[in-house]
Ligand binder design. Structure first.
Ligand code: DX5
Ligand code: ZN
Length: 217
C-alpha cells in the first residue's frame, strides 16, 4: 500500500561518467538512486565511499538510497550523512549496535533502513521493526550485480508485510538483487514496494522502457 518505488543501482552504471549516468536514470523515470557501498570486508568486493555519494548529490537532484554493505556502519555514518544521503540502510549482521545506529540515522533527518541477507532469519530484525522506515530483504548474496534472484526470500518479504499490517507499522519493504519484470511482480505480490535493479536498468540501452516495465510489473 506504499506506492511503487524504482531505485536503479549505480553499481551497474558506467563509472567513468557517474554524473551523466545519474541524470540518465532521472530522465528514465527513476524515483530513487540506489548506492551500493562495499568495504571489501563485510562483502567480498569494494565499490565506492562517501566522496562518490557527495559527487552524485552535488551533480543531480534525486533521492539517494544508500546501502551500506560495510562492517562498521556506525563509524562511517557521519560521513554518509554529510555526503547527502536521504536514506541510509545498514545490515543487521554488521558489527554495530543496530538500535543505536538506526536512532542516529533518524536523528540526522535521514530515513533509517535495515537490511538482512538471504541466510538471515526474519526473527533477527523483528526487534527493530518499530524503529525503521525501510526493510531491505536482500534477494541475492550481497557483493555483486548480475546475480540470480533467490525466490526463497519471498517468505521473508511476506512475513515482513504481514507483521507490518499486524502491528500498524509503515516501513517500506525493499528488494535488491536479480530484480527484473518477472521477479518484481513476484516481489510485489509478496508485499515489496521498493524495487532495486542494476543490470536491468543501467545495463539497458533504453532505460526508460526498462524502468517503466518494472514499474508496471
Ligand atoms: C548487491 C547490491 C545490489 C546489486 C543489484 O550487493 O546490493 O543492489 O547492485 O544488481 P542487480 O540488479 O544486477 O542484481
Ligand atoms: Zn544494494
Amino acid at each position: 500500500y506504499l506506492d511503487r518505488v524504482i531505485a536503479p543501482s549505480l553499481l551497474a552504471a558506467d563509472f567513468s561518467k557517474v554524473g551523466e549516468e545519474t541524470s540518465r536514470a532521472i530522465h528514465a523515470g527513476a524515483d530513487w538512486l540506489h548506492l551500493d557501498v562495499m568495504d571489501g570486508n563485510f562483502v567480498d568486493n569494494i565499490s565506492f565511499g562517501p566522496a562518490l555519494v557527495q559527487a552524485v548529490h552535488e551533480s543531480n537532484d534525486i533521492f539517494l538510497d544508500v546501502h551500506l554493505m560495510i562492517s562498521r556502519p556506525d563509524h562511517y555514518l557521519p560521513r554518509f550523512i554529510a555526503a547527502g544521503a536521504d536514506c541510509i540502510t545498514v545490515h543487521v549482521e554488521a558489527d554495530h549496535d543496530v538500535a543505536d545506529t538506526l536512532k542516529r540515522i533518524r536523528e540526522a533527518g535521514c530515513l533509517a533502513g535495515l537490511a538482512l541477507n538471504p541466510a538471515t532469519p526474519f526473527a533477527d530484525v523483528v526487534p527493530y521493526l518499530d524503529q525503521i522506515d525501510l526493510l531491505l530483504c536482500m534477494t541475492v548474496v550481497p557483493g555483486f550485480g548480475g546475480q540470480a534472484f533467490m525466490p526463497e526470500v519471498m517468505e521473508k518479504v511476506q512475513a515482513a508485510s504481514d507483521y507490518r499490517k499486524e502491528k500498524g507499522l509503515s516501513y517500506h519493504i525493499e528488494v535488491d538483487g536479480g530484480i527484473n519484470v518477472e521477479t518484481a511482480a513476484t516481489s510485489a505480490k509478496a508485499g515489496a514496494n521498493v524495487m532495486v535493479a542494476g543490470s536491468t536498468t543501467f545495463g539497458m540501452k533504453d532505460m526508460t522502457a526498462a524502468i517503466t516495465a518494472i514499474r508496471e510489473a
